[in-house]
Design a binder for this molecule. Structure first.
Ligand SMILES: *Cc1c(COP(=O)(O)O)cnc(C)c1O
Length: 369
């Protein structure tokens, strides 16, 4: 039996709430669970407004659409992230500008952000990677100084904290994914949080084809159908009720892994900076290049021993789809390039047991011996 990299944990409450949707017929994008989930997720993260959408990519796209960017405008994003971040920028006609990652946390290197600010910079998109928050203070200061927006991507950092404040409470808008492998899931789903009433209104319009209040089929803006269903929100709400246990399980898992792997010198393990509460969305490791083995080879050997893993992101500057469009040509980001090749993450799901962690660790030892 293969140990999967993730498995969603659905409890009795999820069944109860979903059954209520089915029995009452509220199965589309109206219904009480959507509002409840929006309000409770916003409150959990310390924000005023939540706008639930159909996935995390849509959350980023809706948020970027609210910035009214023009061709030539620039948005600074980390190269080491999921393509959704770059897509959301490119779709507005603006240009993503990249920075490398911090070699310890794998989050965007905040010192490089200042160097990339130009007269055309309009926004910064910090992405909290694998459960560890970005060092937000320098970014907040730069945004203030240059009048830039912050779009936070907290898809991988539900409940993580930076200096005691929740990930997703810093940006002008903060985006979340509730995909099946995220800490809180709705199967597919996402949300944008904001403290601005005006932005909340615009996000709701973006989500719903820019229908207008007074005159429904009259449009002054291009929108999307990014609606979340009541069924999805019902699952999300049930998950939110146990978020603290879910995070505790992640932290327990990380502690078990780290204890057993810390004496393998060729492995870099996840860190938790003193200012951070890390939620270990995925327990990620980076294999030293001196080993002469890359993550793909390690993953293959682990798979043969019944351990499923996932590779790290490949940097945006290495993506053919962007290079073909003349973006990031000749740009190099050595940290992202190294960890893309040497990093992978281990089984990290909410159902992972001590026995499975032991099995994963002994398989790693066997391969690296
Ligand atoms: C998962 C994820 C997304 C995209 O979310 P989807 O719901 O899959 O569209 C965006 N950003 C980050 C950092 C993610 O991990």
């Amino acid at each position: 039996m293969t140990i999967p990299v993730n498995e969603p944990l659905l409890d009795e409450t999820a069944f109860k709430y979903v059954e209520e949707c089915l029995k009452t017929g509220w199965i589309s994008s109206s219904g009480k669970f959507i509002q409840a989930f929006e309000q409770q997720w916003a409150a959990y993260c310390g924000r005023s407004y939540g706008i639930a959408v159909c996935n995390g990519t849509a959350a980023l796209e809706a948020a970027m659409a609210c910035l009214d960017l023009q061709p030539g405008d620039e948005v600074i994003i980390p190269t080491f992230t999921i393509i959704s971040c770059a897509l959301a920028v490119v779709q507005t006609g603006a240009t993503p500008v990249l920075v490398d990652c911090d070699p310890r946390t794998w989050c965007m290197d905040v010192r490089q952000v200042a160097e990339k600010i130009s007269p055309r910079t309009r926004a910064i998109m910090p992405v909290h990677i694998y459960g560890h928050p970005v060092d937000m203070q320098p970014i907040l200061e730069l945004a203030e100084k240059h009048g830039l927006s912050i779009i936070e991507d907290a898809a991988e950092a539900h409940g993580a904290e930076y200096k005691g404040k929740k990930a997703g409470s810093f940006g002008d808008m903060s985006c979340f994914s509730f995909y099946a492998n995220k800490i809180i899931t709705t199967g597919e789903g996402g949300m944008v949080l904001t403290n601005s009433h005006g932005l909340a209104e615009r996000l709701r319009a973006q989500r719903n084809l820019c229908f207008q209040e007074g005159r429904r089929f009259f449009h002054t803006e291009l929108g999307h159908n990014y609606r979340m269903t009541n069924l999805q929100a019902a699952i999300g709400l049930s998950q939110l009720e146990t978020i603290e246990q879910r995070i505790q399980h992640k932290r327990w898992m990380a502690q078990r892994y780290s204890e057993q792997l810390k004496d393998i010198p060729e492995l870099q393990l996840p860190v938790e900076e003193p200012w951070a509460r890390q939620v270990y969305w995925m327990y990620a490791i980076v294999l030293d290049e001196s080993r002469g083995m890359d993550a793909a080879q390690l993953a293959q050997r682990l798979m043969a021993l019944g351990i499923e893993t996932r590779p790290f992101f490949l940097g945006m500057h290495e993506q053919p789809v962007f290079r073909q469009r003349g973006l990031f040509v000749n740009e190099r980001y050595p940290v992202a390039e190294r960890i893309a090749r040497q990093g992978l993450y281990l089984p990290s799901g909410a159902t992972l047991t001590q026995g499975q962690i032991d099995q994963v660790c002994s398989a790693i030892r066997k391969v690296l011996q």
